[in-house]
Write a protein that binds this ligand. Structure first.
Ligand code: BGC
Length: 445
């Protein structure tokens, strides 16, 4: 198959859509710096603090549940723009909140928007990308998430002196506004247009997104894969021909969370303090280094995905996460004297391996392996499970440490990693360089 060549306009569309990923990362991380000051101003109990943090994740579960239906019904582009508007609304409420309950509403709305973008951005990116660049383009979403997290740490730091937590959130309005303005010019995805019988508009979209006419051959395939075979309802997911891809996607989405990534992203300063970093500022410095490592490793993965393929990077990434977790728990077990150093190195390598593998490739595979006729609904299910797993892990992590101790908790995550490795090795297909329609033909009989 000849390579389809994208235009500069495709790059523009990718960057504007990826602002959704940035907003995701920004809002999950902004609370970490703001919480201290909010708790002081509203004199919150620790359980109220916990609710404020976890409400975002719960909201995202509801957003994820609605996301596929929204994307299928109104189209990918309007859904993205609507979500940016919801981000602005949620941020406005948080910014102006004068009571704890208003703050909670704002956080729940922001969580809802996060759930929506977690499906909409990878879906949109996968559907506008040419096959040979799809790995990189879809993974720009994960890169944007990691940059969003890092910028939020930085903004938190800027306002830490004055304790201006409202501004910590307010900066999140800028990318959402930018996305609405830039988004006006975005095209709808050709797949959605074909699935909705708008062939002329699909051809126009392709003409703006490609420098050649290689895409012509796939119009019929697209029409075929979206043709009404009475499998567009939720019941379609139960058909035996979809069983393999459905279960595979659910497993990957869950593994991304239950191998423990957010325990490190959210609790790194705590882990470092247990490892003997006495000053809070050292612990925060180490946390920022983890954020930087996450960005760098993800950028490397974006570069490598369409060269090496998904499988090798995923296997390498999960393998590396397991080793890092075992080293970390080993150091806590033997109470090694250089435990602080080992903790920093092993958490860095853990995050780097996540950034190369499960971070970007989860979203990528979820946008690739489902046939167009069930894509919205199957992604909805997988991403909702991802949000739910994120919520549960964040909720129980501190209790797990209390019950099992830090070493056994990380060994538990390593054990889950070993199961994930086995499933990936045995079942994950290589999708590099293939059209979505080709992948569909190979995976569904
Ligand atoms: C995960 C998030 C995580 C982030 C860290 C995302 O892919 O879904 O839960 O916080 O990566 O980079």
């Amino acid at each position: 198959m000849a390579k389809e060549r994208f235009t500069l306009f495709t790059v523009y569309a990718v960057l504007v859509a990826a602002l959704g990923g940035f907003l995701y990362g920004y809002h999950i991380a902004a609370i970490s710096g703001a919480l201290l000051f909010i708790a002081e101003q509203f004199t919150l109990t620790s359980s109220q603090e916990g609710t404020l943090v976890s409400l975002l994740l719960l909201g995202s579960l509801f957003g994820a549940l609605c996301s596929g239906a929204l994307a299928d019904r109104v189209g990918r582009k309007p859904a993205l723009l609507l979500t940016a508007a919801i981000f602005i609304g949620g941020t406005g409420i948080v910014y102006l909140a004068t009571s704890f309950s208003t703050l909670m509403y704002g956080r729940a709305i922001l969580g809802f928007a996060i759930g929506l973008v977690s499906l909409l951005v990878p879906l949109y990116l996968a559907e506008i990308s040419p096959p040979h660049s799809r790995g990189a383009f879809v993974s720009i979403n994960q890169l944007a998430i990691t940059i969003g997290i890092l910028i939020a740490y930085f903004v938190n730091y800027l306002y830490a002196d004055t304790g201006n937590w409202r501004m910590m959130f307010a900066w999140g309005m800028a990318p959402a506004l930018l996305q609405i303005i830039g988004g006006i010019f975005l095209p709808e995805t050709p797949s959605w247009l074909m699935a909705n019988r708008q062939e002329t508009a699909a051809i126009q979209a392709f003409t703006r997104l490609r420098r050649d006419r290689e895409w012509k051959g796939c119009l019929t395939e697209m029409q075929h894969s979206a043709s009404p075979r009475k499998d567009h309802g939720w019941k379609a997911l139960l058909q035996s021909r979809f069983r393999f891809v459905l279960i595979l996607g659910l497993c990957i989405a869950t593994f991304q969370q239950i191998t423990g990534i957010n325990t490190v992203i959210f609790y790194a300063p705590k882990i470092f303090q247990v490892a003997g970093f006495s000053s809070a500022s050292n612990a925060i410095f180490a946390t920022v280094s983890i954020g930087i490592m996450n960005v760098v490793a993800t950028a490397l993965s974006v570069w490598l995905l369409d060269r090496l393929g998904r499988r090798p990077l995923l296997l390498f990434g999960v393998g590396g996460m397991i080793i890092s977790l075992l080293v970390l728990s080993g150091a806590f077990f033997v109470q090694s004297s250089s435990i602080g150093l080992i903790a920093v190195i092993s958490l860095m390598s853990y995050v780097a391996c996540f950034g190369i593998g499960l971070g970007p490739i989860t979203w990528l595979l979820l946008s690739e392996i489902y046939p167009l006729s069930i894509r919205g609904k199957a992604m909805t299910l997988a991403i909702s499970l991802n949000s739910l797993a994120n919520y549960v892990v964040s909720l129980v992590f501190l209790d797990l440490i209390g019950a099992l101790g830090i070493s056994w908790t990380f060994i538990l995550f390593a054990g889950i990693g070993i199961i994930a490795l086995g499933v990936i090795w045995r079942y994950v297909p290589e999708t590099k360089g293939k059209r979505l329609e080709e992948i569909e033909k190979e995976l569904i009989n």
